[in-house]
Design a protein. Structure first.
Length: 176
């Protein structure tokens, strides 16, 4: 990718985001995610049962500010466990066969799952940090706030299952 000089400082970031999004599975994986569907249904249920007023939205900011830092700590610990797990044979098996293959390796797919969770947790946290002092009464913004928190929180389950899948792969490795 040849970067124009105006955006050259950002090209590395764009390449990294593109690689993460590809390893994650892109828009198809995002829109077919059960966590997206469940968070959308819960958001609809909450907005139907408890109309979004200023104090209601403030509650979601408070919950996000209370919960998200702990979940971010969880995913960082999980990523550390993932990266430190296994012997060299297992790590080589996870990395895939050849760099020129088009399919993403199990290693990149698992790391992309953690990255996705971390990204949305950080987005929810920034949204709460910025949104709380503004105390927006915009109903659309309120719905997005609730959905973002619920989706980011449900992604902790996806990250947990990524660790479990890794353990299953490790357990299935033949013993020497």
């Amino acid at each position: 990718m040849n970067c124009p000089s105006v955006i050259k400082p950002y090209c590395g970031v764009f390449k990294t985001i593109s690689k993460y999004w590809t390893a994650y599975g892109g828009w198809i994986t995002f829109f077919t995610s059960p966590y997206l569907l469940i968070s959308a249904c819960l958001t609809f249920l909450i907005s139907y049962k408890a109309p979004f007023e200023v104090q209601n939205v403030s509650y979601w900011f408070d919950v996000t500010l209370a919960v998200s830092p702990s979940l971010l700590g969880f995913v960082l610990a999980g990523t550390t466990v993932f990266l430190g797990m296994g012997d060299q044979r297992f790590i080589d098996a996870l990395r895939g066969k050849e760099p020129e293959e088009n399919q993403e390796s199990p290693f990149l797919t698992t790391v992309a799952s953690f990255t996705h969770f971390t990204f949305f947790q950080a987005l929810a946290l920034v949204n709460a940090i910025v949104g709380k002092p503004l105390s927006s009464t915009n109903p659309a913004y309120s719905v997005i706030t609730v959905w973002l928190f619920l989706y980011a929180t449900l992604l902790s389950i996806a990250a947990l299952f990524a660790v479990f899948k890794l353990a299953v792969w490790y357990d299935g490795m033949p013993k020497k």
